[in-house]
Design a protein around this ligand. Structure first.
Ligand SMILES: NC(=O)c1ccc[n+]([C@@H]2O[C@H](COP(=O)([O-])OP(=O)(O)OC[C@H]3O[C@@H](n4cnc5c(N)ncnc54)[C@H](OP(=O)(O)O)[C@@H]3O)[C@@H](O)[C@H]2O)c1
Length: 300
């Protein structure tokens, strides 16, 4: 088998609990009938971390699995070089194409959803399993805890190697960290420059052994991307503003996600490991504020 791994530099992967985690993830939401083609394309361009969800409303996890199987079969990648992340999504954020029986307990829904994810992705273990989001914006409900306890059991079994949570506030993270037996290792949030690039959550993650994954870095921050200052920084480095935002994300300890459909953007996105921003530039970007928040609502 010819396993073509892209050339890697030391900061292209993190090691968390012995698991290699790529520092840039390819997101598979909203791709519909292009999911398989685009996931394969992303793997060919060099992405080794894939983010999906067992939520048919926004993702086609089975098509992601098809892309993974084909890429393994062709020798493009080896399973050990791949980082597969998926999510459990509560009923309220699903449509009728459910990966579980809605009448059974939450614990069993998690088990059913997870088993379906393993099948879709053609694997016997998921590298990172996320709770797609708590049931509410404030506090945690008994349903949230039931889901988390079921995820802890999956972690105990070795089938969910790392756990995480998405679409959460600092207060919710504090509650999880106080009572979880297995703490989340990832937090995946929409990242608004207007909120200091989710500063409070990022700081909480850094202080509590969690890695922050940021999505919608481009689409939620359009005014920042169009700013003269960012254009100047990009020009100084001979890079695009998107590359500057992603490089900035790495610099502040974040794992960025992209859902680009464009092969050139995929390649450009991965070309952020060979340059650095200086401290002054990082501070300027970190201080950018955007007065309105754009981007999709709800979870995808
Ligand atoms: N946990 C959650 O609830 C949740 C919610 C939303 C997203 N996510 C995850 O995050 C992933 C990414 O979502 P996203 O909102 O960050 O991105 P996205 O909206 O899927 O894609 C990025 C957008 O920016 C454009 N773009 C322009 N230049 C680009 C460049 N150089 N590189 C990349 N994109 C460029 C892309 O257009 P082109 O296609 O033309 O490049 C695309 O329209 C999703 O697929 C999903 O896996 C999770």
């Amino acid at each position: 088998m010819n396993h073509e791994s892209p050339p890697s530099t030391p900061d292209q992967t993190l090691i968390i609990d012995g698991i290699h985690v790529p520092r840039f993830l390819y997101g598979t939401a909203w791709k519909e009938d292009q999911t398989q083609r685009l996931t394969e394309l992303a793997l060919r361009q060099g992405f080794r971390g894939i983010d999906t969800a067992n939520q048919r409303r926004h993702y086609d996890e089975a098509a992601v699995g098809e892309a993974v199987s084909r890429s393994l079969e062709s020798g493009l990648v080896a399973r050990n070089d791949l980082f597969l992340q998926t999510k459990f999504t509560f009923r309220q954020s699903q449509d009728d194409r459910l990966p579980y029986d809605p009448k059974v307990t939450i614990r069993i829904q998690v088990e059913q959803s997870f088993a379906s994810s393993l099948k879709h992705l053609g694997t016997d273990a998921i590298d990172s399993y996320l709770l797609h989001g708590p049931t509410g914006r404030v506090g945690l409900t008994s349903a949230d805890w039931e889901a988390w306890r079921a995820m802890e059991t999956l972690h105990d079994s070795g089938k969910a190697r790392l756990l995480g949570v998405s679409n959460v506030s600092v207060e919710q993270l504090q509650l999880i960290c106080q009572k979880a037996r297995v703490r989340p290792r990832f937090v995946q949030n929409r990242c608004y420059a207007a909120r200091g690039w989710d500063r409070l959550v990022r700081e909480f993650c850094a202080d509590n052994g969690m890695v922050y994954q940021g999505f919608s870095l481009l689409t939620a921050n359009r005014a920042v991307l169009a700013s003269v200052e960012l254009a100047r920084i990009a020009e100084r480095h001979g890079r695009t503003v998107s590359q500057i935002v992603f490089r900035f994300a790495l610099h502040i300890g974040m794992i960025p996600l992209t859902g680009t459909t464009d092969a050139n953007h995929m390649r450009a996105d991965l070309e952020i490991f060979d340059f650095r921003l200086d401290r002054n530039e990082v501070e300027r970007i970190e201080g950018f504020q955007e007065h309105s928040t754009h981007g999709r609502r709800g979870y995808g």
